[in-house]
Design a protein around this ligand. Structure first.
Ligand SMILES: Nc1nc2c(c(=O)[nH]1)N[C@H]1C(S)=C(S)[C@@H](COP(=O)(O)O)O[C@H]1N2
Ligand SMILES: [Mo]
Length: 228
Protein backbone atom coordinates (compact mmCIF):
# COMPACT_ATOMS: atom_id res chain seq x y z
CA UNK A 1 0.00 0.00 0.00
CA UNK A 2 1.06 3.63 0.05
CA UNK A 3 4.16 4.12 2.20
CA UNK A 4 3.54 6.05 5.39
CA UNK A 5 5.20 9.40 5.97
CA UNK A 6 7.64 7.73 8.34
CA UNK A 7 8.59 5.13 5.70
CA UNK A 8 9.05 7.83 3.10
CA UNK A 9 11.20 9.91 5.43
CA UNK A 10 13.31 6.84 6.17
CA UNK A 11 13.68 6.11 2.45
CA UNK A 12 14.78 9.68 1.93
CA UNK A 13 17.38 9.45 4.68
CA UNK A 14 18.65 6.16 3.28
CA UNK A 15 18.73 7.73 -0.15
CA UNK A 16 20.69 10.72 1.05
CA UNK A 17 23.15 8.42 2.80
CA UNK A 18 23.52 6.13 -0.22
CA UNK A 19 24.34 8.73 -2.84
CA UNK A 20 22.92 11.59 -4.79
CA UNK A 21 19.32 12.48 -4.12
CA UNK A 22 17.43 13.44 -7.23
CA UNK A 23 14.33 15.52 -6.75
CA UNK A 24 12.02 15.83 -9.71
CA UNK A 25 8.36 16.18 -10.48
CA UNK A 26 6.63 13.17 -9.03
CA UNK A 27 9.05 12.19 -6.31
CA UNK A 28 12.55 11.40 -5.22
CA UNK A 29 14.86 8.59 -6.16
CA UNK A 30 18.51 7.73 -5.80
CA UNK A 31 20.89 8.16 -8.68
CA UNK A 32 22.90 4.97 -8.73
CA UNK A 33 25.84 6.65 -10.43
CA UNK A 34 28.62 4.18 -9.64
CA UNK A 35 26.47 1.06 -9.78
CA UNK A 36 28.49 -1.54 -11.76
CA UNK A 37 25.28 -2.81 -13.38
CA UNK A 38 25.25 0.39 -15.47
CA UNK A 39 28.28 -0.99 -17.36
CA UNK A 40 26.87 -4.44 -18.02
CA UNK A 41 25.93 -5.90 -21.38
CA UNK A 42 22.88 -7.95 -22.18
CA UNK A 43 23.25 -11.49 -23.52
CA UNK A 44 22.56 -10.08 -27.01
CA UNK A 45 25.50 -7.67 -26.66
CA UNK A 46 23.46 -4.51 -26.23
CA UNK A 47 24.34 -2.33 -23.22
CA UNK A 48 22.11 -3.08 -20.28
CA UNK A 49 21.58 0.67 -19.78
CA UNK A 50 20.12 2.11 -23.01
CA UNK A 51 21.59 5.32 -24.49
CA UNK A 52 20.62 8.57 -22.78
CA UNK A 53 19.46 6.84 -19.58
CA UNK A 54 20.78 7.03 -16.03
CA UNK A 55 20.28 4.37 -13.42
CA UNK A 56 18.05 4.95 -10.41
CA UNK A 57 17.95 2.57 -7.47
CA UNK A 58 14.15 2.49 -7.24
CA UNK A 59 11.06 3.16 -9.32
CA UNK A 60 9.98 6.78 -9.30
CA UNK A 61 6.20 7.34 -9.16
CA UNK A 62 5.43 9.13 -12.43
CA UNK A 63 1.81 10.06 -11.83
CA UNK A 64 -1.28 9.40 -13.89
CA UNK A 65 -4.93 9.24 -12.87
CA UNK A 66 -5.22 6.33 -10.38
CA UNK A 67 -7.89 3.69 -10.70
CA UNK A 68 -9.78 1.99 -7.87
CA UNK A 69 -7.04 0.37 -5.73
CA UNK A 70 -9.39 -2.26 -4.28
CA UNK A 71 -8.39 -5.82 -5.18
CA UNK A 72 -11.94 -6.99 -4.40
CA UNK A 73 -13.43 -4.72 -7.06
CA UNK A 74 -10.74 -5.33 -9.68
CA UNK A 75 -11.42 -7.23 -12.92
CA UNK A 76 -9.30 -7.87 -16.01
CA UNK A 77 -10.93 -8.44 -19.39
CA UNK A 78 -9.03 -10.43 -21.97
CA UNK A 79 -10.80 -9.83 -25.25
CA UNK A 80 -10.70 -8.74 -28.89
CA UNK A 81 -9.38 -11.08 -31.58
CA UNK A 82 -9.56 -14.22 -29.43
CA UNK A 83 -11.51 -17.48 -29.56
CA UNK A 84 -12.41 -17.49 -25.85
CA UNK A 85 -12.67 -14.02 -24.29
CA UNK A 86 -12.64 -14.14 -20.49
CA UNK A 87 -12.58 -12.02 -17.39
CA UNK A 88 -10.67 -12.69 -14.16
CA UNK A 89 -10.97 -11.16 -10.72
CA UNK A 90 -7.99 -10.79 -8.40
CA UNK A 91 -8.29 -14.29 -6.90
CA UNK A 92 -8.61 -15.85 -10.33
CA UNK A 93 -5.52 -13.96 -11.49
CA UNK A 94 -3.60 -15.49 -8.58
CA UNK A 95 -4.86 -18.95 -9.57
CA UNK A 96 -3.31 -18.70 -13.07
CA UNK A 97 0.32 -19.82 -13.58
CA UNK A 98 2.52 -17.25 -11.86
CA UNK A 99 5.82 -15.80 -13.01
CA UNK A 100 8.44 -14.29 -10.69
CA UNK A 101 10.80 -12.10 -12.65
CA UNK A 102 13.39 -9.40 -12.26
CA UNK A 103 12.95 -6.90 -15.09
CA UNK A 104 14.64 -3.68 -16.21
CA UNK A 105 12.48 -0.65 -16.95
CA UNK A 106 13.34 2.52 -18.86
CA UNK A 107 11.38 5.76 -18.50
CA UNK A 108 11.45 8.12 -21.47
CA UNK A 109 12.28 11.00 -19.08
CA UNK A 110 15.77 9.48 -18.79
CA UNK A 111 15.84 7.13 -15.82
CA UNK A 112 16.10 3.35 -15.77
CA UNK A 113 15.68 0.91 -12.92
CA UNK A 114 17.16 -2.59 -13.00
CA UNK A 115 16.01 -5.79 -11.34
CA UNK A 116 12.48 -4.68 -10.56
CA UNK A 117 11.12 -7.85 -8.98
CA UNK A 118 7.61 -8.54 -10.20
CA UNK A 119 5.08 -11.32 -9.67
CA UNK A 120 2.16 -11.91 -11.97
CA UNK A 121 0.81 -13.63 -15.05
CA UNK A 122 2.61 -13.49 -18.39
CA UNK A 123 0.64 -12.00 -21.28
CA UNK A 124 1.62 -15.10 -23.30
CA UNK A 125 -0.22 -17.17 -20.68
CA UNK A 126 -3.37 -15.05 -21.08
CA UNK A 127 -3.01 -15.30 -24.86
CA UNK A 128 -2.83 -19.09 -24.67
CA UNK A 129 -5.89 -19.29 -22.42
CA UNK A 130 -7.89 -16.95 -24.68
CA UNK A 131 -6.80 -18.54 -27.96
CA UNK A 132 -5.51 -15.58 -29.98
CA UNK A 133 -6.83 -15.55 -33.53
CA UNK A 134 -4.45 -15.46 -36.49
CA UNK A 135 -5.70 -11.98 -37.39
CA UNK A 136 -4.33 -10.41 -34.18
CA UNK A 137 -1.24 -8.21 -34.66
CA UNK A 138 -1.18 -5.86 -31.66
CA UNK A 139 -2.11 -5.83 -28.00
CA UNK A 140 -3.88 -2.88 -26.41
CA UNK A 141 -3.33 -2.60 -22.67
CA UNK A 142 -6.40 -0.88 -21.23
CA UNK A 143 -6.39 0.97 -17.91
CA UNK A 144 -8.56 3.14 -15.68
CA UNK A 145 -9.95 6.38 -17.10
CA UNK A 146 -9.33 5.36 -20.71
CA UNK A 147 -5.50 5.15 -20.59
CA UNK A 148 -4.23 2.73 -23.22
CA UNK A 149 -0.86 1.58 -24.55
CA UNK A 150 -0.30 -0.40 -27.75
CA UNK A 151 2.36 -3.09 -28.19
CA UNK A 152 3.10 -5.31 -31.19
CA UNK A 153 1.76 -8.82 -30.62
CA UNK A 154 5.16 -10.51 -31.01
CA UNK A 155 6.64 -8.15 -28.41
CA UNK A 156 3.71 -8.54 -26.01
CA UNK A 157 4.25 -12.31 -26.10
CA UNK A 158 7.90 -12.03 -25.04
CA UNK A 159 8.71 -13.85 -21.81
CA UNK A 160 9.06 -10.77 -19.54
CA UNK A 161 5.78 -9.08 -20.43
CA UNK A 162 3.31 -9.53 -17.62
CA UNK A 163 0.27 -8.45 -15.67
CA UNK A 164 1.82 -7.86 -12.25
CA UNK A 165 0.13 -7.89 -8.86
CA UNK A 166 3.26 -7.67 -6.71
CA UNK A 167 6.41 -5.57 -6.93
CA UNK A 168 9.40 -6.43 -4.76
CA UNK A 169 7.32 -9.02 -2.89
CA UNK A 170 4.74 -6.50 -1.79
CA UNK A 171 1.28 -5.53 -2.96
CA UNK A 172 1.58 -2.78 -5.58
CA UNK A 173 1.21 0.69 -4.05
CA UNK A 174 -1.46 3.04 -5.37
CA UNK A 175 1.01 5.32 -7.17
CA UNK A 176 2.58 2.37 -8.98
CA UNK A 177 -0.76 0.99 -10.22
CA UNK A 178 -2.65 -0.83 -7.42
CA UNK A 179 -3.93 -3.42 -7.44
CA UNK A 180 -2.55 -4.66 -10.79
CA UNK A 181 -0.42 -3.15 -13.58
CA UNK A 182 1.07 -4.10 -16.91
CA UNK A 183 4.85 -4.50 -17.23
CA UNK A 184 6.50 -4.35 -20.65
CA UNK A 185 10.22 -4.40 -19.81
CA UNK A 186 12.03 -3.69 -23.08
CA UNK A 187 9.96 -0.73 -24.28
CA UNK A 188 9.79 2.72 -22.68
CA UNK A 189 7.87 2.58 -19.44
CA UNK A 190 4.74 4.39 -20.64
CA UNK A 191 3.81 1.09 -22.34
CA UNK A 192 3.44 -0.42 -18.84
CA UNK A 193 -0.15 0.50 -17.98
CA UNK A 194 -0.83 1.04 -14.29
CA UNK A 195 -4.32 0.37 -12.85
CA UNK A 196 -4.85 -2.10 -15.69
CA UNK A 197 -8.36 -3.29 -16.59
CA UNK A 198 -7.99 -5.05 -19.92
CA UNK A 199 -5.79 -6.81 -22.45
CA UNK A 200 -7.27 -6.54 -25.93
CA UNK A 201 -5.87 -8.32 -28.98
CA UNK A 202 -6.46 -6.39 -32.21
CA UNK A 203 -5.78 -6.77 -35.92
CA UNK A 204 -5.32 -3.06 -36.54
CA UNK A 205 -2.96 -0.95 -34.45
CA UNK A 206 -4.43 1.67 -32.10
CA UNK A 207 -1.94 4.25 -30.86
CA UNK A 208 -2.61 4.86 -27.16
CA UNK A 209 -2.56 7.71 -24.67
CA UNK A 210 1.06 8.85 -25.09
CA UNK A 211 1.40 7.57 -28.66
CA UNK A 212 -1.27 10.08 -29.72
CA UNK A 213 0.47 12.86 -27.75
CA UNK A 214 3.78 13.00 -29.57
CA UNK A 215 5.50 9.91 -28.21
CA UNK A 216 6.84 7.18 -30.48
CA UNK A 217 4.44 4.43 -31.53
CA UNK A 218 7.00 1.68 -30.90
CA UNK A 219 9.21 3.02 -28.05
CA UNK A 220 12.46 1.01 -28.29
CA UNK A 221 14.89 2.48 -25.70
CA UNK A 222 18.00 1.20 -27.55
CA UNK A 223 17.22 3.16 -30.70
CA UNK A 224 15.82 6.03 -28.62
CA UNK A 225 12.37 5.89 -30.15
CA UNK A 226 11.24 8.63 -27.76
CA UNK A 227 9.13 10.96 -29.89
CA UNK A 228 7.26 10.65 -33.15
N1 LIG B 1 -2.90 4.03 -16.33
C1 LIG B 1 -1.73 4.66 -16.49
N2 LIG B 1 -0.63 3.92 -16.66
C2 LIG B 1 0.57 4.53 -16.82
C3 LIG B 1 0.68 5.94 -16.85
C4 LIG B 1 -0.51 6.69 -16.68
O1 LIG B 1 -0.51 7.94 -16.70
N3 LIG B 1 -1.71 6.01 -16.50
N4 LIG B 1 1.91 6.52 -17.02
C5 LIG B 1 2.94 5.72 -17.70
C6 LIG B 1 4.24 6.31 -17.63
S1 LIG B 1 4.49 7.68 -18.61
C7 LIG B 1 5.26 5.75 -16.93
S2 LIG B 1 6.83 6.37 -17.01
C8 LIG B 1 5.03 4.64 -15.99
C9 LIG B 1 5.48 5.04 -14.60
O2 LIG B 1 5.26 4.02 -13.68
P1 LIG B 1 5.61 4.29 -12.17
O3 LIG B 1 4.83 5.49 -11.72
O4 LIG B 1 5.26 3.05 -11.43
O5 LIG B 1 7.10 4.58 -12.11
O6 LIG B 1 3.66 4.26 -15.92
C10 LIG B 1 2.98 4.29 -17.17
N5 LIG B 1 1.68 3.76 -16.98
MO1 LIG C 1 6.75 8.19 -18.53
Amino acid sequence: MTPTDAQQRRRLLLAAAAGTLVTALGGTAVLAGDDPRAKERRPDGRPRLPPGQRLLSSLKPMGGEPGDPSAAAWRLRVHGEVERPFEVDFRELLALPQADLAVDVHCVTGWSCFDVKATGVLVRELAKKAGVKAAARHVIFEAAHGYTANVRLAEALRPGVMIAHRLHDRAISRSHGAPVRGLVPDLYFWKSAKWITGVRFVAKDEPGYWETRGYHNHADPWTEERYS
